[in-house]
Design a protein around this ligand. Structure first.
Ligand SMILES: C[S@@+](CC[C@H](N)C(=O)[O-])C[C@H]1O[C@@H](n2cnc3c(N)ncnc32)[C@H](O)[C@@H]1O
Length: 183
C-alpha cells in the first residue's frame, strides 16, 4: 500500500537521523560486506539514512535508492546531493533486472509491507542478486509474525543464512539483523 509521509514524519525522521546517525545508521552500513566496487540496492531507502553512509563506501561502485514514495525519494535526493554514484528508483511495479546487484539491503522497510506484497517483493529482491550476492535486513524484533514470513520467503528464494544478530538500538529497541547469501 502506498503511503506518502507527512511533514511531521519527515521532520521526526530527520531529527532521529541527526541524533542517532552514527549509532544506528552508520553502524548498519559498516556491517555490510562492501569493498568499494559493488552494485548495491537500498530497498525502502526513505530519506537516505543508511544510504548516506553506504554511498561513501562505494567509490568505484554504484548505489540504487528505491522507495515506493516519491516524496521520500525527493528527500533522499537532498540527503545524498553530494554523491554522483547513485540512481533513484520509484517502486511502482515490482520489477528489477535479474542478477544485477552484489548487495541488497532493507533497513526497517520490510515490517511495514503487507504479507501479500512481501510474497512478491522478496523473490524479486532475491532474483536481482548475483550468485554469491548478499541480502541484509534489519527489522524490529517484536514483529514476530512478519519476521517469520520474511525468513520463510527468503529461504524459499534459495538464500542461505550467513549471520544473524539481535541488537538493542537507540529509539528502536531490539532489532534482528540478518545476512543471507545467494548460492
Ligand atoms: C520505516 S521507513 C525506513 C526508511 C529507511 N530505510 C530508514 O531506515 O531510515 C520504511 C520505508 O519503506 C518504504 N516502503 C514501504 N513499502 C515499500 C515497498 N513496497 N517498496 C518500496 N519501498 C517501500 C517507505 O516508503 C519508507 O520510506
Amino acid at each position: 500500500m502506498k503511503h506518502e509521509p507527512t511533514d511531521a514524519e519527515i521532520y521526526l525522521t530527520k531529527l532521529a537521523f541527526f541524533l542517532c546517525r552514527k549509532s544506528v545508521y552508520k553502524a548498519f552500513a559498516d556491517r555490510l560486506p562492501l569493498e568499494g566496487g559493488e552494485h548495491v540496492l537500498d530497498f525502502g531507502c526513505g530519506m537516505g539514512t543508511v544510504a548516506y553512509y553506504t554511498a561513501k563506501k562505494l567509490p568505484c561502485g554504484h548505489l540504487t535508492c528505491l522507495d515506493i514514495s516519491l516524496r521520500w525519494l525527493n528527500v533522499c535526493r537532498k540527503t545524498l546531493r553530494r554523491y554522483s554514484n547513485i540512481n533513484y528508483l520509484l517502486w511502482e511495479s515490482p520489477v528489477l533486472e535479474k542478477e544485477c546487484f552484489d548487495v541488497v539491503y532493507c533497513h526497517f522497510a520490510l515490517h511495514d509491507i503487507p504479507d501479500r506484497d512481501l510474497e512478491v517483493v522478496i523473490p524479486v529482491l532475491a532474483e536481482s542478486l548475483r550468485p554469491g550476492g548478499v541480502l541484509a535486513f534489519r527489522e524490529p524484533l517484536n514483529e514476530t509474525g512478519k519476521l517469520s514470513l520474511v525468513k520463510r520467503l527468503v529461504e524459499q528464494s534459495k538464500l542461505f543464512l550467513k549471520d544473524s544478530r539481535i541488537t538493542d538500538i537507540p529509539l528502536m529497541g531490539n532489532v534482528l539483523e540478518s545476512l543471507y547469501i545467494k548460492q
